[in-house]
Design a binder for this molecule. Structure first.
Ligand SMILES: Nc1ncnc2c1ncn2[C@@H]1O[C@H](COP(=O)(O)OP(=O)(O)OP(=O)(O)O)[C@@H](O)[C@H]1O
Length: 207
């Protein structure tokens, strides 16, 4: 089973609950603003404590309330790409990309810097500072930074939301390539039906 997720939490005066068990390698959390999509990513990442439930990825338990298991975020092997890329502004692209890679044990890495530059089409950017990047370029660097840390699961929070149409197409193609070329399972958040349909995974409607 790629994903076995059952989570509940009360937040902002509303009950957020989600449940999916699937072999699909891509799961899209789809729903209106405020439905709790980002909260679910935060719970999977270990940044928000669920009131109940469990999270298993490829058979590995990251959280299980009943069994008293709650791995800290740094031990979950989660690559989290937030809505706004949140690159480190004082580091160039290369150092941003290698930030997690350097902290990851060599045996857990499965992507090299050169491969990431190639996969994401950012081979011309390593010496640039984040402030000089377009939104699409920053998103690609944020994706690379997450992948280079050798995660077992990739969490994408509205990866296209802040981009114009041309850049959206560019990142969408990138996501399709990650889906097809890398073995990593993905949880993806969106309120755009076309984006969700194009990725073609399990759609979990929230809200
Ligand atoms: N740090 C927080 N503290 C308290 N409540 C929060 C916090 N972050 C979000 N909430 C509330 O939790 C609920 C779910 O928010 P969440 O961001 O998970 O929704 P979302 O579906 O991702 O929305 P969007 O599409 O706007 O990002 C909302 O009612 C929100 O106001």
């Amino acid at each position: 089973m790629a994903f076995d997720v059952d989570l509940a939490v009360a937040r902002g005066g509303r009950q957020i609950a989600v449940r999916f068990e699937t072999q699909a390698r891509v799961v899209s959390l789809f729903g209106p603003s405020g439905a709790g999509k980002t909260s679910v990513l935060d719970m999977v990442a270990g940044l928000l404590r669920p009131a109940a439930g469990h999270v298993r990825v490829d058979g590995e338990t990251l959280f299980d309330a009943a069994q008293g298991i709650a791995l800290p975020p740094e031990r979950r092997g989660v690559g989290y790409v937030p809505q706004d890329a949140r690159l480190f502004p004082h580091m160039n692209v290369r150092d941003n990309l290698l930030y997690g890679w350097r902290l990851t044990a060599p045996a857990r890495r499965w992507l090299a810097l050169e491969e990431a530059l190639d996969l994401l089409g950012i081979g011309h950017l390593p010496d640039r500072r984040p402030a000089t990047l377009s939104g699409g370029e920053a998103q690609r660097v944020a994706l690379g930074r997450a992948l280079l840390a050798g995660p077992r699961v990739l969490l994408l929070d509205e990866p296209l939301a802040s981009l114009d149409r041309a850049r959206r197409e560019e990142i969408m193609a990138m996501l399709e390539r990650i889906r097809d070329d890398l073995k990593i399972p993905i949880i993806h958040v969106s309120h755009d039906r076309a984006e969700v349909d194009r990725l073609g995974g399990l759609v979990v409607e929230m809200g």
